[in-house]
Design a protein around this ligand. Structure first.
Ligand code: ZN
Ligand code: ZN
Length: 239
């Protein structure tokens, strides 16, 4: 658990870094975020499909498919059904004032399960915990950019964007702490967070670049999947 907690804190720092890039209007950094979203999507999708799903089925047995589906549907409900406007990446147009708050509430569930995923991964074996940490860290920066820029676009001061990003980080740390204390999450956290991770990769991150022309972003996406196999191989030799 101490390992998982440390890595959750590191990934939470990614949220704040993303918010800082928005507050400082670091244009070059924000452009690089687009690339990071594509790379992170490839990495995260690979971890979810290749590593998390088989382990989730081993831990949760016949309940696993329904739990994965429940995790997937829960993100759609909180991020895209109950919220007037939300998508990943920098918000570049004006949005209604309520969109900032409702997106934050929606993202809190997802970021809580970012923490459940890290903790559940470490419960299975350190390698899986580290792979999930990498996948989650890669999208934490864009996540911070998303909420901070959305707050600005909703007409709120930059300070509120930073606070919102901090809240997302705290939810991730809370996810780790709850996984250790709630028996249901201890057993089924991996299956539930597997559905959440699948949603974030395939339905939050991929739509952010799939409509854009050119080779730059698809290459980053495929490279993310390749980097997953390289990282797994590397961890296999080290851990
Ligand atoms: Zn928008
Ligand atoms: Zn997340």
């Amino acid at each position: 658990m101490s390992d998982a907690l440390g890595f959750a804190l590191l990934s939470a720092a990614g949220n704040l870094l993303g918010a800082a890039a928005v507050a400082r209007r670091a244009t070059a950094g924000l452009r690089a975020i687009e690339q990071l979203v594509a790379f992170g999507a490839g990495f995260m999708l690979s971890v979810a499909l290749v590593e998390v799903l088989p382990e989730a089925f081993a831990r949760s047995g016949t309940a696993a498919p329904a739990l994965v589906l429940a995790g997937y549907l829960a993100v759609h409900l909180t991020q895209h059904t109950l919220t007037p406007h939300f998508h990943f990446g920098e918000e570049t147009h004006a949005v209604p004032r309520v969109a900032g708050t409702s997106a934050l509430v929606g993202l809190l569930l997802h970021t809580f399960f970012d923490g459940v995923a890290i903790a559940s991964g470490f419960l299975v074996r350190p390698e899986l915990g580290l792979l999930l940490f990498c996948a989650i860290l890669l999208h934490k920066l864009p996540e911070g950019v998303t909420i901070a820029s959305l707050m600005l676009a909703a007409g709120r001061p930059p300070r509120q964007g930073t606070l919102a990003a901090g809240a997302l980080g705290i939810a991730t740390v809370a996810g780790v702490l709850c996984t250790d204390r709630v028996a249901f999450l201890l057993t089924h956290g991996l299956a539930l967070s597997g559905g959440v991770t699948l949603y974030v990769a395939a339905s939050n991150l991929v739509p952010e670049f799939q409509g854009k022309r050119g080779w730059r972003l698809p290459l980053a996406f495929f490279a993310g999947a390749g980097a997953f196999y390289l990282t797994r191989d590397l961890l296999h030799r080290m851990v």
